[in-house]
Design a protein around this ligand. Structure first.
Ligand code: NI
Length: 158
């Protein structure tokens, strides 16, 4: 496993919708390595999620680490969004030192393929719902600062 460099705000891939994963490629050595490297890179930076564009890979692939163990989501879609919202602090590995309050849907129903090509539909609430929304935003070229309320807090200087 290799820890890969994380793309930072200003990198064009962070602002572009990612390409779908071709599910016929997921058993390749290259894809397995990509998933393992993303998990290693996320753990190394203590993230609770990471999206492929954050390591410079233009694919609809992310790792979610808000449950008991990290899992990969491929080509995810949000099928349902709760009317109820929740506001919590977020940060992002691609925008180090910046944290802010972000309003999200309190729960979402998400469909995705896992890294064996099996399709899942999951209803998520709490932190899991937030991480899904944050990572799926990445795959659509959106960042949490787009949705942030108020003035960003710069933890690096406090
Ligand atoms: Ni992020």
């Amino acid at each position: 496993m290799t820890i890969r460099p994380i793309t930072k705000l200003g990198h064009p891939l962070l602002r572009r919708p990612a390409q779908p994963v071709d599910l016929t490629t997921i058993n390749s050595h290259e894809f397995r390595t990509l998933v393992n490297d993303m998990i290693a890179t996320m753990h190394a930076s203590r993230g609770i999620g990471i999206a492929a564009p954050q390591i410079g890979v233009d694919r609809q692939l992310a790792i979610i680490n808000a449950k008991d163990k990290p899992f990969a989501i491929l080509n995810p879609r949000i099928l349902k969004r709760s009317r109820r919202r929740a506001t919590e602090e977020e940060g992002c590995l691609s925008i180090p030192g910046v944290f802010g309050q972000v309003q999200r849907h309190a729960s979402v129903t998400v469909s995705y393929f896992d890294d064996r090509g099996i399709e899942h539909t999951m209803e998520a609430s709490g932190l899991l719902s937030r991480v899904f929304q944050h990572e799926i935003d990445h795959l659509n070229g959106r960042l949490f600062i787009d949705r942030m309320k108020g003035i960003p807090k710069d933890r690096a200087t406090s």
